[in-house]
Ligand binder design. Structure first.
Ligand SMILES: [Zn+2]
Length: 249
């Protein structure tokens, strides 16, 4: 009788154990496959590199004492990195902001010293605009950058030759919502999300309330589409074509 009693109970226990193991195994593997946050950091980074699409948010002009700090707060809350193309003379008035951009992991690059149209000034002036801004950035971030964005996107053959002679790399954009004009928060949001594409460069502007108000919604929408936010250098190292594109709305 004892044997009869023991056998079914043993079988039952074994079956339950098998069932538990199967459920656990399935849960773990499903979690690992569907939820990258459950993976170890190194594997998660590789997972994100393979599966996500890159996008670079860039902010021209400024820095502006109050609005740039608000902008940094949004980026910190969303845990993303961006690139700031700063105007040298504005940066020289708020150097602590350059330090803040850098210490929070953002990239700082030049947008000239006084924001002139570089196709309409002398060779000496072009050099001065680029070099003064680069030296300022180096002084307050410790990083020497040759990336710059020409004001207004104004660029010609002459400027191109000067840039290559001095080693500067102009950075344009591929998504241009024109937030520097008087357009609504909703319009800025729509123009970015409708035109977004992998390895894109979004041009936005520092110092504009509507841009700040549109930003959290833009970032969240792009995150939902599996976009991963990178700086220009991170995008650049992958050999992305940074050629200028034209837009009209
Ligand atoms: Zn500008």
């Amino acid at each position: 009788m004892k044997g009869h009693f023991f056998l079914p109970r043993y079988q039952l226990l074994t079956s339950v154990l098998f069932l538990l193991l199967a459920v656990c195994f399935q849960t773990v593997s499903e979690e690992s496959l569907l939820n990258p946050s459950s993976l170890p950091a190194e594997i998660r980074t590789s997972f994100e590199t393979i599966t996500s699409k890159k996008i670079a948010l860039t902010f021209d002009d400024g820095p502006y004492p109050e609005l740039s700090e608000k902008l940094l707060k949004i980026l910190a809350e969303e845990k993303i990195k961006a690139t700031f193309f700063i105007v040298g003379e504005m940066g020289s008035r708020s150097p602590h902001l350059l330090q803040l951009f850098n210490s929070q992991g953002h990239e700082v690059a030049g947008h000239t010293y006084t924001h002139p149209n570089l196709t309409k000034v002398s060779l000496t002036r072009i050099k001065e605009e680029l070099e003064k801004t680069r030296v300022l950035i180096r002084e307050f971030t410790g990083k020497d950058t040759y990336l710059f964005r020409p004001p207004g996107g104004n660029y010609n053959e002459n400027l191109k030759n000067i840039c290559s002679a001095l080693g500067y790399q102009p950075i344009f954009w591929t998504i241009f919502p024109q937030d520097h004009l008087d357009i609504s928060v909703e319009e800025i949001y729509q123009r970015v999300v409708k035109n977004v594409h992998p390895d894109g460069i979004v041009i936005l502007h520092s110092g504009r309330e509507n841009t700040l108000n549109a930003l959290p919604k833009i970032i969240q929408a792009l995150k939902k589409e599996n976009y991963h936010f990178v700086t220009i250098s991170e995008l650049n190292t992958k050999g992305v074509n940074l050629a200028r594109k034209n837009f009209s709305y």
